[in-house]
Design a protein. Structure first.
Length: 373
């Protein structure tokens, strides 16, 4: 039995979580990427297991080549897709590793800027979603938790519903006004509970919280983890996606928009009118659906089993997941100034085919939303 919603033009719309992105593609960039992970297992480890995500190809990006190698031990990986979300991983198993093991992924990927240009009047409400959307609506145990505390807060944020896009916008606006970006007090696992209790954290805490509230609004949501293709201490970054018929999956970056807005407010060279104009443009770009071409996705979804199975489900995979004799290695955050020791670390180099600016620090990138062409 098919599930449909009816548009304002009375055209039936199929509901399918596999629907390709409907966004307009602009400004493609091709990156030559060299991504290395150095993993150090505890002394006398018998088996070191490492899962490395492989970027997918879709409407927003194209993986053009991929080459995997290891050092000093030569290990051939198993390549498989996990069954819940279809994320692809290269699995490496090192027997009795002596010292650090290095995994090298050299690849070329093309990434587009995506613009959905959402119209709230066109976004449709859905009373009953197909079962295929269940992974994006469930109350999870590790990442996107939606217990009674979230329901209570949602009624305070939204005493009256207005529509799918307006309601999600209200949640994102609340987060912008209450959350503080903090790499020291961060969950590193898209924990909506951490976001609720601490009201601070890094990108995954923002977007895990928004995903939880979106699900309580009746919207399928997911956290998408990927890589920023420019030099930074921690290359991983995530975004929020919500399924909004007829547009399908739409990307929102709440945490980076907040940081951009703070940059605008602190810029003393701007006039009051120009500052207000840019703040409005940043907000409009967020709510209209936007994904930058300085990022590419690696995994989608939260709280799932890897292939082959790890000791437990993973809340998210940011860059890799690793276990030593069935025990998870601690997740590092090299952007945390309080951390000085790491069980594993990444090194990375990105070579774009032309110069590209990061739109969450480049004020000129807002011109298409500010009315200034």
């Amino acid at each position: 039995m098919g599930f449909v919603v009816v548009s304002r033009a009375d055209e039936p719309l199929s509901l399918d979580p596999q629907q390709p992105y409907s966004a307009e593609r602009l400004n493609p960039v091709t990156y030559d990427v060299e991504f290395l992970v150095t993993v150090t297992a505890p002394y006398k480890t018998k088996k070191l297991s490492v899962w490395l995500p492989i970027p997918p190809s879709d409407h927003g990006q194209e993986l053009q080549s991929s080459e995997l190698s290891t050092f000093p031990d030569a290990v051939k990986p198993q390549i498989a897709d996990e069954p819940l979300f279809g994320n692809r991983f290269a699995y490496f198993e090192f027997a009795n590793p002596q010292g650090a093991q290095v995994i090298r992924h050299k690849f070329r990927i093309r990434s587009w800027e995506l613009r959905w240009q959402l119209d709230s009047a066109r976004v449709q409400s859905v009373k009953q979603w197909p079962k295929s959307f269940a992974p994006y609506q469930r109350n999870e145990s590790q990442a996107v938790v939606t217990d009674a505390r979230f329901k209570k807060l949602l009624t305070e944020i939204l005493p009256q519903r207005r529509g799918p896009l307006q309601d999600l916008d209200s949640v994102m606006t609340w987060v912008d006004g209450h959350f503080a970006y903090d790499h020291v007090k961060a969950s590193l696992k898209a924990s909506s509970v951490h976001g609720l209790e601490q009201q601070r954290g890094h990108c995954s805490d923002y977007h895990g919280f928004c995903a939880a509230m979106g699900r309580l609004l009746g919207q399928p949501t997911r956290v998408t983890y990927g890589i920023n293709a420019f030099p930074k201490n921690s290359p991983s970054h995530c975004k929020l996606e919500a399924f909004m018929p007829p547009y399908g999956w739409v990307s929102f970056d709440v945490s980076e928009t907040q940081k951009l807005s703070q940059l605008i407010r602190s810029n003393q060279e701007l006039s009051d009118s120009r500052r207000a104009e840019l703040l409005s443009a940043a907000r409009q770009r967020l709510v209209s659906g936007f994904r930058d071409n300085t990022w590419f996705v690696q995994t989608r979804g939260t709280d799932y089993d890897l292939v082959p199975k790890a000791s437990a489900r993973v809340p998210v995979v940011r860059t890799i997941y690793a276990e030593a004799d069935g025990q998870p290695l601690p997740e590092p955050d090299p952007a945390n100034s309080d951390q000085a020791t790491f069980s594993w670390m990444t090194a990375h180099r990105f070579e774009p085919d032309h110069v590209v600016k990061y739109p969450f620090s480049d004020l000129d990138s807002l011109r298409d939303w500010s009315g200034r062409k």
